[in-house]
Ligand binder design. Structure first.
Ligand SMILES: [Zn+2]
Length: 268
């Protein structure tokens, strides 16, 4: 595990403390931190401030990771900003993509407070089709529940260090791939899972990658086939490797490899 991985891991661990500030603001820890560092807003809006302790700085630094992985669960809609908060679940992300319109600010503006149903007409008039679909797909409760921040990468909505780490390694949630979830829940040895995950995040130490990072000068395949050793070359395309795939009856894997991303390949 390189240094970079450790720093992401550290953020993921600190994220657990930060998550407590989001989810349990009335705990002793939550109240103390709030009084001291963000008396006028929520943790997710808090700025770092000037004079602050090492522990606050550390927790605060994991906020970006937290924001990347969270999604609001709609209750009354009063705390959720329609245009800037993550609250819809669509293929293209957790944010509304339509242009903002005057008079609609909070999600509660889109909910009929009497019937606890979506204002379908207003939504259809104000949003693009795909936003309309994702909004109307969100179930509303008539119990007038509070809005809740949940973790988008786990089924139960609870923060997990493992998924936060994956997120930190792989960029933002909207490019987050289902393949990663599949990989980590696979019943295989940790080495296999780790290998597949590095394959998908393009972080296998191939010669092309090492050259890209200025660690070596020559990115040629060590089997001497003359090509550069990229990830797909090392795992699928090199003639030496290709023969192995053919022998175990999986030649079509190599054909697919040229057209699919590694994530799609693992998922298929
Ligand atoms: Zn080769």
């Amino acid at each position: 595990m390189g240094f970079k991985d450790l720093s992401v891991f550290n953020d993921a661990l600190l994220g657990r403390q930060a998550w407590r500030l989001v989810r349990a603001p009335h705990s002793l820890f939550g109240r103390v931190m709030k009084a001291k560092y963000f008396p006028k807003c929520d943790f997710l809006e808090a700025s770092m401030g000037y004079s602050c302790s090492y522990s606050w700085k550390s927790i605060w630094s994991s906020k970006a990771l937290l924001k990347d992985g969270c999604i609001w669960r709609v209750g009354s809609g009063e705390r959720i900003n329609v245009w800037t908060d993550p609250w819809v679940a669509s293929d293209e992300g957790r944010f509304i993509s339509s242009d903002p319109i005057v008079g609609v600010e909070k999600v509660s503006d889109l909910i009929d407070s009497r019937t606890h149903e979506w204002k379908v007409n207003l939504i259809e008039e104000s949003f693009q089709e795909k936003d309309v679909e994702s909004i109307l797909a969100i179930p509303l409760s008539c119990l007038n529940l509070d809005d809740e921040v949940t973790w988008a990468l786990t089924k139960n909505g609870h923060y997990s260090v493992k998924t936060a780490y994956m997120l930190g390694k792989g960029g933002n949630l909207d490019s987050f791939h289902q393949a990663w979830v599949d990989i980590w829940s696979m019943e295989a040895s940790p080495n296999v899972r780790h290998f597949l995950w590095r394959l998908c995040t393009n972080s296998l130490p191939t010669r092309s990658l090492l050259k890209f990072r200025h660690l070596i000068d020559d990115d040629g395949c060590p089997w001497g086939c003359g090509a550069a050793e990229s990830t797909s070359h090392a795992v699928f395309e090199c003639p030496r490797v290709y023969d192995v795939w053919v022998e175990c009856g999986c030649a079509e894997m190599c054909t697919d490899a040229s057209s699919l991303s590694m994530c799609d390949l693992v998922e298929s």
